[in-house]
Design a protein around this ligand. Structure first.
Ligand code: COA
Length: 324
């Protein structure tokens, strides 16, 4: 018995912001951004919040999997940019699609969020607690980047992606691992809220650490090391080689990170599915958005083996080998 992806879906804002558009806001250029990141444009919210994209994705999943919302048992949304501290995006999705019998919650593992959420859903299904789940990664990163900081604002985009998964007798998720390295959490942070109250001297207001703060070079090093090791381990534990793998769907952070991973693992770059040129880094939405595109384009067939892999703040990583 496995957990199998039955349907995928995604939703992005209509508004497209090109590198030239960003060059009007901060001192940068299309050439710099393209060479250093591979990103040409990103979709940026014109006011819709994260729940909008999560809900649109969930509606697509319900329709494509042809399931009754009343039969959905579990909803997990991964996000670092929820609309509220509470309620969770999961509960907002539950209401919007009418999944009244589901249990719904959010998890946070930054850009590895979808991998963590899918791993959790898989465990609930493997242990027989639930038999199906909607798993979504959704972000409006545009609301948490400092639009005066050229070292970060050029990297990110908004959107959501997800999968409807079910208990199945056919092959689905074969092997997976998720991991954390909290000791280096300071190299990538966002959303710091100082402890200000009526009984201490701390000032309230937006702390500069509210915005994305990143040591780009350290994150680059962490990403390449952790993902290479993780893919290697998962393939070895599953007894498969790169010849068995049709596609690797990596977190869409930076084309140069993928270049390094491809070189170190000696896996041809053509096997890495990339769409960061059009969407930028959408954090927890990036892997499911890319997977959905791969699926919509008909580039994968049932029975193909693919690897999903992500890394992000925490620091965290997650890799999954699945039979499509
Ligand atoms: N436009 C133009 N110049 C820029 C710039 C921009 N948007 N951002 C930075 N620069 C400048 C810097 O100020 C620096 O100038 P200096 O040499 O005069 O000091 C120069 O470009 C090089 O900066 P550096 O930070 O060393 O560039 P880099 O090659 O490391 O690339 C990143 C920066 C962020 C693209 C790269 O480190 C990276 O991709 N890291 C991983 C980030 C990531 O994936 N984060 C998401 C994790 S989920």
């Amino acid at each position: 018995m496995t957990t199998r992806i039955i349907a995928t879906g995604a939703s992005v804002p209509e508004q497209i912001i090109t590198n030239d558009d960003i060059a009007k806001v901060v001192e940068t250029s299309d050439e710099w951004i393209t060479q250093r990141t591979g990103i040409k444009q990103r979709h940026i919210s014109a006011g819709e919040n994260t729940s909008h994209f999560a809900i649109e994705t969930a509606k697509k999943l319900i329709e494509r999997a042809n399931v009754n919302p009343e039969d959905i048992e579990l909803i997990i949304v991964a996000s670092v940019t929820p609309d509220y501290g509470t309620p969770s995006l999961g509960c907002m999705v539950q209401k919007a699609i009418g999944a009244s019998k589901a249990v719904a919650f959010d998890i946070t593992a930054a850009c590895s969020g979808f991998m963590f959420a899918l791993s959790v859903a898989d465990k609930y299904i493997q242990t027989g607690v639930y038999s199906n789940a909607i798993v979504i990664g959704a972000e409006t990163l545009s609301k948490i980047v400092d639009w005066s900081d050229r070292t970060t604002c050029v990297l990110f985009g908004d959107g959501a992606g997800g999968a409807y998964v079910e208990k199945s007798e056919k092959e689905g998720i074969i092997k997976e691992e998720i991991g954390s390295k909290g000791e280096i959490y300071e190299i990538l942070t966002q959303g710091y809220t100082p402890c200000a109250n009526a009984f201490n001297d701390n000032e309230s207001g937006v702390d500069p650490l509210w915005y994305v703060n990143m040591n780009g070079r350290e994150v680059f090093k962490f990403a390449t090391k952790s993902v290479v090791k993780s893919i290697d381990r998962v393939m070895e534990n599953a007894g498969v080689t790169q010849e068995d793998i049709k596609y690797i769907v990596p977190h869409q952070a930076n084309i140069r990170i993928v270049d390094v991973i491809s070189n170190k693992l000696k896996i041809p770059k053509e096997k890495f599915y990339m769409n960061m040129d059009r969407f930028g880094n959408t954090s927890s939405a990036s892997v499911p958005m890319a997977l959905n595109e791969l699926n919509e384009k008909g580039l994968i067939e049932r029975g193909d083996k693919i690897i999903l892999t992500g890394f992000g703040g925490g620091m965290t990583w997650g890799t999954m080998l699945i039979t499509w």
